[in-house]
Design a protein around this ligand. Sequence first.
Ligand SMILES: Nc1ncnc2c1ncn2[C@@H]1O[C@H](COP(=O)(O)OP(=O)(O)OP(=O)(O)O)[C@@H](O)[C@H]1O
Length: 606
Amino acid sequence: MLLVLAGSETPEVRQALVKFMNKISLGNISKDVNFGWNLSSDPCTNKWEGITCDSRRQHVRNIVLDQKNLGGVLDAASVCEATSLVVLSLNENEIIGTLPQEISNCRRLTHLYLSRNKFSSNLPSSLSRLSNLKRFVISDNAFSGQIPDMSRISGLLTFLAERNQLTGQIPEFDFSNLVHFNVSYNNLTGVVPDVKGHFSSSSFLGNPGLCGVPLPSTCPPAPSPPPYPVAKKEKVSFFIYLGYAILGLIIILLLVWKLFKCIRKKRRKSTPKDQNKTISSAGESKAPGNRSEYSMTSPENSMLSASFEILSSSLANKLRFEDLLRAPAELIGKGKHGSVYKVNVNGVTLVVKRIRGWNISKGDFKKRMQRIHRMQHPHVLPLVAFYSSKQEKLTVYKYQQNGSLFKHLHSSHGGQVFEWASRLAIAASVAEALAYMHEGLQNDDIPHGNMTSTNILLNDDMEACLSEYGLMPDNQDQTVVAQSDHSIREDDLVAISTHNAFKMDVYSFGVILLELLTGKPVQASGYDLARWVNSVVREEWTGEVLDKCLITDGANEERMINLLQVALRCINPSPDARPHMKEVAFIIKSIKEDEEKSVSVFSSEV
Ligand SMILES: Nc1ncnc2c1ncn2[C@@H]1O[C@H](COP(=O)(O)OP(=O)(O)OP(=O)(O)O)[C@@H](O)[C@H]1O
């Protein structure tokens, strides 16, 4: 009779798995009906012991055979025929022999647990090809030889190899990423590598030939290089030349110091003259942190002031355009559309964005800024004032000392995790704000135009505010569009309509969600976040894109995946297939509510 096993592993895979089981169990266990591993059944639909499959019960994902009294050898070539295998756990058995090179055929393997067995011989060099590996545990075996180079496995979180017979030096590891690392009680030698303060001596103890921090034994000084046989005469002339060189250096330093003093004197004298520069010729500092002075010529004074409008009533009494221009300004950034200055006026710290090259009339700019200002939302940073002349436009906002989302995601905070709940709250606030603005400004054709994590600022209560709404020149800056929407081909640019510009905001918001979920910057040295996430997800390794520090911090993976699905919809290459921000905001709000409920249930249980 022909046995038909619908939607299951192929006969070849089943055969390979049974072969693996025969070898690892020394041929005894396949006869044991309780294990159920045989050719007339299917590992997923007939639930072979120790096997779990994917949700559609088609492919083997995990093999967990801990404490099963297995005393044979590991046939890696056979078990890796199950190409979707993610977890292989064989802890606490009596398995003998080697870990074969063919283990690298298990390309998707993320967890490999082999502790407390009788494995021996060298670890295979092919381990470095298991690029998805997160946890590797081989403690309490008799592995010998050198630890292979696993530094290319960027997602490795655990490497536990204590109580083996490993020799040689500890190779390079990405210690800033590793969460668990232990090579104690082996025969390793040499200097302990820089573990960046992440691991204590207990990870290295019991290796008599190891030395250096964090172990108590200091390493002997490196042998000094053999003395260079220099003739006495040569030595003397060397010192003479050295003397000349030092003298020359002192003279040069003296000259530079004199020159510097002269320039400073001249500058002090010429300061009153420089203050007559107009705003359009005011010097821009070349690097953030330098100071530059705004100032204006008196004949134009009244004309310039007339183009200046204050919108925030709380600052209206205090702020005069002249004060703003005269105040010392610190350049804090140069973006695609101009420069940003931090200015202190009458005790209030403001940010002035100087927009260049926007071909919009004074009147249209004024109407646009007033329209945006009327929208008011708690998560949109209000405009304090604006200025418009033919050559340039200025917008003024209150300075947000907690900085941008970009800064919080991508700068180090002393090892502190930017926690999942905060990231989700930011996603929800920004989605809500953007949905509100889109709805109110749809008829005026004013999208945000430049949604980036640098334009999401955190206020004094660490709540997200959307900044610089509507500052992108309408459809003018096509290269900006092309840069931020990677789905748009250059020859399609002419076709970009305002409708698409709103959908562009949705795309850019999706990318911000990816930044929140992965903790990775949008672009760095040739790599592109949206493209990378799409490629990993296509390979069905969805969970792999999530920020590791969130996972180790106990963030809920299911809700992260839900948010990832929203992000993927937003970055759909086809603008029309992207959802409206209103729908996006609704979904994120419900994910956030789920999160809050689970936290409150958890705290009431505690
Ligand atoms: N109101 C503000 N308070 C504090 N920091 C701000 C404020 N506005 C802008 N910044 C910060 O100033 C820097 C420069 O801002 P800018 O908007 O020019 O840069 P960008 O967002 O990288 O470029 P662009 O918006 O032109 O694409 C950014 O780091 C931004 O987060």
